[in-house]
Design a protein around this ligand. Sequence first.
Ligand SMILES: [Zn+2]
Length: 199
Amino acid sequence: MATLRFSFGTMGSGKSTLALQIHHNLSVRERRGLLLTKLDRDGTQVTSRLGVSAPAVEVSPDVDVFELVSVRAPLDFVVCDEVQFYTPTQCDQLARVVDELEVDVYAFGLITDFRGLLFEGTKRMLEVADERVEMQVEARCWCGARATHNARVVNGVLVYEGETVVVGDTGDVATPLFGDVVRYELLCRRHYVNGDMGS
Ligand SMILES: [Zn+2]
């Protein structure tokens, strides 16, 4: 029986690294696989912050993921990164890949957005997955507590409203957004709520 496994975590929890690792491990066993991504930092490849990358197929918002996989049959597995950006319909299509094509799906996604709310794709994956796995690499807030929130920092100020999809990076790497400097910072709930970035 094929399985739909959804692994989730905050930024910095190593999910892209694990997606690449699973893809690599299964590929060297001569199992036929496909690596999918959506709005990755580098477009048509999955890139880990540890510097590893692999070619991937980009899933655009209107793509039928079931079709995308079935035209590449026979496949043994599909690894999907950035599943938080999938539409609920695309998540359901992944479930059909498992049930109708008997293909194992390993999906990875961020748990909550910068507002502290579940991403649309993440919510649907939690609803439909056979296995829900929380990433075990725990990112830390500056205070040492477990980081549970991906805070968005615009021009040095923590913001709680705005567009959901702004791809940036953690740490010191800044991404321009309409002339603003946007970055993400991992915080514990307490310091997210009171906007304390520790400096
Ligand atoms: Zn903290």
